[in-house]
Design a protein around this ligand. Structure first.
Ligand code: CA
Length: 674
């Protein structure tokens, strides 16, 4: 890249960075602290539950059982969202205790989690009018101002440092401008009436209200953020204002932050994702995130990846190295950090979150873009109007601004390679990235700074895999849901990476479009139905859970690994304890009316019983033949996979049986054995 007078924006950017550096950092950290507190509070009070079902009619019965009212159905993902009277936490807990999940073929149940727009760093709060802009220019020597090279041909070109460092004109000059590509912006909505976005906004969707948004309208319900993001992608190349990365692409607004920026929830967002995919979006731009793995979001993004849709997600603005924010850390997506222009160099901004899974950085500090017009829904006042077109503009900073830049680049790539798979798109972005920060791949900028040179790359034939881990019991009959699976190792590009997924109802942990490489695969379970933030667990015991690891080379586009869990399980009684006549294993996944749900074992001549062959979730009862004349206390242990877990139970006077339980658990999860 060559621009005659780079001093001009070196000066500008140095000024901006130096003056605003501290306020940005401060805002970002206090925001995330506040977010966390709000998050905890909101989740506790949340009264909506997401139910992944297998059979719709049974899910409705299950919903009734919980006293819920169905508010949303996503048939593509087999998901219901219901509103409950009590808090989600309590309702899930109650359902857990009765094991209603299994009886109603429920795949998973999870609370609706909260997520946030990446808190923006207001780097240039003073620039709210044309006069401010002029003042900024006056601060730079007249000579430098007058001789700057007009890179993009737009009237606000002076401030478009982002395009320069990416070298975007090379792509445009070769005819790549995003023509024919629709990019869904999952955000606050977009003011399509901004003159620089006129004709750029296609139909959109408000999942919360199941409302289709006409093209070219104002949908900035949740504020200015989405309009800014949209301009970075697709502002018009008309000589006025600014221009986006992909000026001939179309923006599809998906409103997932409604009034006051309130997140609609993972359930409605999942519906928005499915809608976008079904209505022709080829790229999803996601400048938002939050704590906690969500199955419904994972399934929705997998739905997109499976449909060949590329997913671009902001890394976050919390500075720290993070691997627990979602959607940033789902496998197969492009995770983007924010770069700044600093002292003549481009480097990843201090606020930008790091991660071993960062794909690359893109310009994300002091980014000028479109803002909602005066009188629009999202007008916030922190913008300025230019006379040439009457449009409103403003500066913002954050990985929120870097993400749409990459989404726009993806549109250019898809214009050139319309059938490119998401992993192929990611690979050429990685390959063409300019090394910044630490030499080589690093956790701040991943492969480096995004470059328009990506368009010069040919699509790789190898390097991506749709890897699936199938987890079942010893007999291959019970596909185990909710099992954690991590891949940790070295990609074929030599990068240390880690991917995380959980098994779905078919016992499959999907890693769609990940890098081929050599990995240690860690499988732990079962923890079925455990929510990402530990709201509830199927198995409260931890130490005896099954845990396996494998070393594996992943070398094919479609590859899988079958993992069979097994168990060693004994029940025995203390020498001082009363011994029962009989012990009974009740398979809690079958109705109590089903005679096959019970297995009776004559214990009269035994001291211990090996139930390793059983697979499933079992309650254990102790029985006697005559009603107890006094309370009879039994004590012993279950030895599960070598761990001794004390159990006890009391047959009260007049009764014939008691359940044998440990301190915290109710049933025992076993997987069978030879
Ligand atoms: Ca323009």
């Amino acid at each position: 890249m060559n621009y005659k007078n780079s001093r001009i924006f070196i000066l500008i950017v140095i000024t901006l960075v130096i003056t605003m550096f501290f306020s940005c950092t401060k805002n970002a950290s206090s925001d995330s602290f506040r977010d966390r507190q709000t998050y905890e509070a909101q989740e506790k009070q949340q009264k909506r539950i997401i139910i992944g079902y297998e059979k719709y009619d049974k899910a409705l019965m299950f919903s009734n059982l919980l006293g819920g009212e169905v508010v949303l159905h996503i048939p593509e993902l087999k998901v219901l969202s219901i509103e409950v009277e009590d808090t989600a936490e309590k309702v899930i807990q109650r359902a857990m205790e009765n094991d209603d999940f299994s009886k109603y073929n429920i795949r998973y149940i999870e609370p609706v989690q909260n997520r946030y727009l990446e808190p923006e760093c207001e780097d240039v709060p003073g620039l709210k009018s044309v006069k401010d802009l002029k003042d900024l220019k006056v601060n730079i020597s007249e000579f430098v101002y007058n001789s700057y090279e007009n890179y993009t041909g737009e009237s606000l070109d002076l401030y478009l440092w982002n395009h320069r460092v990416v070298g975007i004109k090379d792509a445009w000059d070769n005819g790549y401008n995003g023509e024919g590509i629709v990019i869904a912006v999952l955000d606050t909505g977009v003011d399509g009436t901004n003159p620089d976005l006129e004709g750029q906004v296609t139909i959109g969707y408000r999942p919360k209200y199941d409302e289709i948004l006409p093209e070219e309208t104002d949908s900035s319900y949740g504020g200015s953020h989405g309009t800014h993001v949209a301009g970075i992608i697709a502002a018009k190349k008309d000589g006025v204002g600014i221009v986006g990365v992909a000026p001939r692409s179309k923006i599809m607004p998906i409103v997932i932050f409604e009034a006051n920026g309130a997140y609609v929830g993972d359930d409605y967002t999942a519906r928005g994702i499915v809608w976008a995919v079904e209505h022709g979006a080829k790229v999803l731009s996601n400048s938002w995130g939050g704590y906690g793995y969500s199955q419904v979001l994972k399934d929705a993004f997998d739905y997109a990846l499976n449909s060949g849709v590329t997913v671009v997600v902001a890394a976050g603005n919390s500075t720290a190295s993070q691997t627990f924010q979602y959607p940033a850390n789902y496998p197969g997506i492009i995770q983007v950090g924010a770069a700044e222009f600093n002292g003549g160099n481009v480097r990843t901004a201090n606020f930008s979150s790091g991660s071993p899974m960062i794909t690359l950085s893109a310009p994300g500090r002091n980014i000028l873009s479109t803002m909602p017009q005066y009188g629009s829904k999202g007008y916030t006042g922190d913008s300025f109007k230019i006379n040439e077109n009457g449009g409103y503009y403003g500066f913002m900073s954050g990985t929120s601004m870097a993400t749409p830049y990459v989404a726009g680049l993806v549109a250019l790539i898809l214009q050139k390679y319309p059938t490119a798979k998401p992993w192929q798109v990611r690979k050429i972005l990685e390959k063409s990235a300019k090394d910044i920060d630490f030499v080589g791949i690093d956790d701040r900028s991943g492969y480096g700074l995004a470059q328009a040179k990506a368009l010069d790359e040919t699509l790789p034939i190898t390097g991506g895999s749709n890897f699936v881990v199938n987890i079942s019991d010893h007999y291959g009959l019970w596909k185990i849901p909710g099992v954690y699976v991590s891949l940790v190792g070295t990609s074929d590009d030599g990068r240390f990476v880690r991917y995380f997924s959980k098994t779905n109802k078919d016992g499959q942990a999907k890693f769609l479009g990940i890098d081929e490489g050599t990995y240690d695969i860690f499988v732990g379970g079962p923890d079925s139905f455990e929510s990402s933030r530990g709201l509830s667990k199927e198995c409260y015991r931890v130490q005896e859970e099954r845990y396996y690891s494998f070393a594996k080379k992943i070398r094919n586009e479609d590859e899988s690994l079958d993992v069979h869990f097994n168990s060693m399980a004994f029940v025995t009684f203390d020498s001082t304890s009363y011994k029962p006549k009989r012990i009974v294993f009740q398979n809690v996944t079958k109705p109590a009316t089903d005679s096959e749900a019970f297995i009776y074992v004559d214990f009269s001549s035994l001291t211990s019983y090996d139930f390793s062959k059983l697979s499933g979730k079992y309650n254990i009862f102790a029985q006697i033949d005559q009603p107890a004349t006094n309370d009879i206390t039994l004590s012993g242990k279950v030895i599960l996979n070598g761990f001794e877990i004390p159990i006890s139970g009391t047959i009260t006077k007049g009764e014939l049986e008691t359940q044998l339980k440990d301190k915290i658990g109710k049933w025992w999860t076993v997987f069978g054995n030879d």
